[in-house]
Design a protein around this ligand. Structure first.
Ligand code: SAM
Ligand code: GLN
Length: 287
């Protein structure tokens, strides 16, 4: 007797229930994304081919992916891909998975550059390169420098820069925050630094346990990296240049205040994300 054949439709129904039992937040969507990844199709294909039986190899590969997701590994680490700003980024567990909220940072910078020809941008803690690669992709005359402490992250970012056609305008430097770019001057510095406060690190969803701790942990109150960046940013900005940072929920006011206290920067703007959370703080170097 042979096993009854799984079809696209029947395995999606089964997997949705299995994921739901494991506490996965979007069980049906995740089942579809993983199955279309294994089959090398888009999700629409699944809907019009519900009755298609799965080959043994497809079934084995899908089972492996389902096992990982049931253990709460993020979908992006299983597929190796994540959409950000309309572009497809490669991701590995060495980099934070780019978040939709961070698109607000990219948009804020693009708006500010409307009157700047060929702007230069420094991205601190580039991770997958999502922020700087999206900026350079959108602004064909812009140039960038991207830093990270993680050599593995820089390799992922370099891969994304090459695939998305901006590698010739982007330089990568490994090191701590602003240090690798010392002595240079930019039109803007952008960063989505680690900003989760120590007391919140323990309570994160299981999925975040797969992401690099060094991409998330922002010290006792989550503000360590802002303090350290604000101290040196003005020296790396031309007069009129700006520092734009993503912040965690409830941090915007403190970040604006600590930067303006210490450094020759002035709070210029705070921008909300689509959920209404103050997500981006812009600090300008006046003269
Ligand atoms: N920019 C990416 C994004 O928005 O998706 C990744 C942001 S992730 C929240 C923060 C990044 O900062 C990580 O890639 C981490 O390795 C890097 N990082 C942590 N400490 C750093 C430091 N002292 N200097 C430079 N980069 C650092
Ligand atoms: N936005 C991330 C989160 O979900 C945190 C990223 C960061 O620390 N910059 O939780």
């Amino acid at each position: 007797m042979s096993e009854p054949k799984w079809t696209i439709g029947s395995i999606l129904t089964w997997t949705k229930q299995y994921f739901a039992d494991k506490g996965v937040a979007s069980p049906r969507l995740d089942a579809e994304v993983l199955l279309s990844h294994i089959l090398g199709t888009d999700r629409m294909y699944l809907y019009v081919n519900f009755d298609q039986p799965l080959e043994a190899g497809e079934l084995a590969a899908f089972r492996e992916a389902v096992k990982k997701r049931a253990a709460r590994m993020p979908v992006a680490y299983i597929t190796g891909r994540r959409e950000f700003f309309g572009l497809s980024f490669a991701v590995t567990p060495a980099v934070l998975i780019p978040r939709p909220d961070t698109e607000v940072l990219v948009e804020a910078v693009i708006r500010r550059f409307q009157a700047t020809d060929g702007p230069s941008v420094l991205d601190i803690g580039t991770g997958s390169g999502a922020v700087i690669v999206s900026l350079l992709h959108k602004l064909p005359a812009a140039r960038g420098v991207a830093t990270d402490v993680s050599a593995e992250a820089l390799a992922v970012a370099a891969d994304n820069a090459a695939r998305l056609g901006v590698a010739d305008r982007l330089e990568f430097l490994r090191g701590d925050l602003l240090a690798p770019a010392a002595g240079r001057v930019f039109d803007a510095i952008v960063s989505n630094p680690p900003y989760i406060a120590a007391k919140d690190m323990a309570a994160l969803e299981p999925e975040l346990g797969y992401e690099p701790r060094g991409a998330l942990a922002g010290g006792a109150d989550g503000l360590d990296f802002y303090r350290r960046m604000a101290g040196g940013a003005a020296a790396l900005l031309r007069p009129g240049g700006f520092l734009a940072v993503e912040v965690g929920a409830g941090q915007a006011r403190q970040v604006a205040a600590l930067a303006t206290e210490a450094t020759g920067l002035e709070a210029a703007d705070t921008i909300k994300d689509y959920a209404g959370v103050e997500r981006v703080v812009v600090l300008e170097r006046r003269l």
